[in-house]
Design a protein around this ligand. Structure first.
Ligand code: HEM
Length: 145
């Protein structure tokens, strides 16, 4: 799968065209690196004492495949996202602020250990943060403490 994704995306041409300040060289990245991050991320998420239970019985391969598409789009890749809508898919799971924060922490840890350039790590985390209100279960949980 990693090899296919690289071939489809044109291997080394996966630049984020709008990263950084104008005139700055875009940070290089590859779709396969994103896949590596998501594989490690979901390994930890499924085993996690705080949020792992939410993923019990869920299709790990599908989660990785769909979140990979979603994240590539964020990085400027043109392939479509074929998963369900963010609000729809998380509705009814009872996801609270602490769950959301825990997921972000795990992602941050995995990103730090990855080959993804620092600027793109920040973009990724910030983008996820911007989805908070779509994903949390109740209005009151969305407000800062
Ligand atoms: C922060 C941004 C998030 C993104 C980008 C994201 C992305 C995704 C994607 C792409 C899917 C699969 C969609 C599909 O099957 O079509 C999914 C499903 C799921 N997500 Fe998230 N997610 C986020 C936050 C969270 C949080 C905070 C939790 C809980 C701690 C969570 C728990 C789940 C679960 C349990 C599923 C499986 C739902 C099911 O198949 O019934 N997600 N998510």
């Amino acid at each position: 799968m990693a090899l296919d994704s690289r071939q489809q995306a044109g291997a080394d041409s996966g630049d984020l065209s709008d990263a950084g300040a104008p005139g700055e060289k875009p940070e290089a990245w590859e779709p396969a690196w994103v896949l590596e991050v998501l594989e490690r991320f979901y390994d930890r998420v499924f085993e996690d004492l705080m949020i792992g239970y939410l993923f019990r019985g869920k299709d790990r391969a599908r989660l990785i495949a769909k979140e990979w598409e979603w994240t590539l789009r964020l990085f400027g890749d043109s392939r479509p996202y074929t998963g369900r809508g963010m609000r729809e898919v998380h509705r009814g799971l009872g996801i609270l602020r602490g769950h959301f924060d825990r997921r972000q922490t795990i992602l941050e840890e995995v990103l730090k250990e990855s080959r993804i350039p620092a600027g793109l790590q920040r973009e990724w985390l910030q983008h996820n943060e911007s989805l908070r209100s779509l994903i949390l279960e109740s209005e009151s949980e969305q407000k800062p403490a």
